[in-house]
Design a protein around this ligand. Structure first.
Ligand code: DP6
Length: 331
């Protein structure tokens, strides 16, 4: 029996991944770029046990027998195929990010699982290999393997993985508006967008251009350009999916109020820019020195909205997924 424990953090994309070119291999239609956060870690232990007749998946103290458990098992099949074994495993995971609320819980989840499972099954993978493996669990998980700012490139199975790129220190104020499970999973929503949104081809073209510009702006430390590209790309992603049939609309009135407040903050001279993933939550990037002021403004906005229960947290750049324990000893 071999055991390994790993920890990973969520990431929020500044240039988004929305749409696959190959579903089976989880290859993206375009590259994307994200900030790995230092909040909401997922810690996962994988215990390979020859005596088990099936995999067991426990999340936050509850044994799961649902789609989440099947996704974990399907992922372990990939690891087992590479390791040349059929042994099952017990996977115990603690997730501090609100699961399924569009805060990329699948990113930290599959990044932690990739690192823990590959160690427990004895695979010797480098960072690129771990990112490729995590990608198969959930596309955005490829980026949570990487610390700070990660660029996940498009390509084939061998070349589509994330790596760290130079960037200034970015703070992110995360506003959680709804910790509940979202109505349409990003996987299903992406598929519907590709099949029915007439805006999808323009999304692909504009995202490729924005990604090149973003990598250059990060290398140059041009915070204002990083912010402008971030907000434009997020709104374009939401516009693209709102063009699907039936439309996919994740942003709520409270999300829009927060985007408006960020525009007002810029008018006051603060370099703040908003983004949002597959849910109503809003994340705002700004220079670290302005983060508390931005957080206070966003709290004021959500406090004034009737019936809205928000939490506002300041995050900074976080570590890549890493082993915290292996076979009972230090990694
Ligand atoms: C809006 O990585 O969750 O957060 O690959 O189907 O598991 P699957 O999708 P997932 O999608 C993330 C979409 C996004 C944008 C992003 O993180 O780039």
């Amino acid at each position: 029996m071999t055991t390994a424990t790993a920890q990973a953090h969520p990431n929020i994309a500044l240039i988004k991944y929305w749409g696959k070119s190959d579903e089976a291999m989880s290859l993206p239609a375009t590259g994307s770029l994200s900030l790995t956060l230092d909040i909401f870690p997922t810690t996962t232990t994988v215990e390979v046990d020859e005596a088990l007749t099936a995999d067991v998946f426990e999340l936050n103290g509850t044994v799961r027998d649902d789609d989440a458990a099947r996704r974990v098992s399907t992922f372990l099949d990939l690891v087992r195929a590479q390791a040349g074994t059929t042994a099952h495993a017990r996977v115990t995971s603690t997730n501090t990010v609100p699961t399924g609320a569009g805060l990329a819980s699948s990113a930290s989840g599959f990044a932690a699982l990739a690192v823990a499972a590959s160690a427990a099954y004895g695979l010797d993978l480098d960072e690129a290999g771990l990112s490729r493996l995590a990608r198969r669990g959930s596309g955005s998980a490829s980026r949570s393997i990487i610390p700070n700012v990660a660029l996940w490139t498009e390509g084939d199975d061998a070349t589509s993985y994330a790596r760290e790129v130079p960037a200034p220190t970015i703070a992110m104020v995360v506003v959680t508006l709804d910790a509940g499970v979202k109505h349409v999973s990003s996987r299903v929503a992406m598929r519907r967008t590709i099949e029915t949104s007439p805006f999808f081809p323009a999304w692909v073209t504009s995202t490729r251009t924005s990604l090149d510009e973003m990598v250059a702006a990060c290398a140059a430390g041009d915070f204002t350009r990083i912010g402008e590209l971030t907000e434009a790309n997020a709104l374009r992603m939401h516009a693209t999916m709102q063009g699907a049939e039936p439309a996919i609309r994740y942003l709520s009135p409270a999300s829009i109020a927060l985007f408006d407040r960020v525009v007002a903050l810029r008018a006051e001279g603060i370099d703040a820019y908003a983004t949002a993933d597959a849910g109503p939550n809003v994340a705002v990037i700004c220079p670290p020195a302005d983060a508390e002021r931005v957080a206070a403004a966003l709290r004021e906005t959500t406090d004034a909205l009737p019936g809205v229960n928000a939490s506002v947290l300041v995050a900074g750049p976080g570590p890549g997924a890493h082993l915290v324990d292996r076979a009972g000893g230090a990694a």
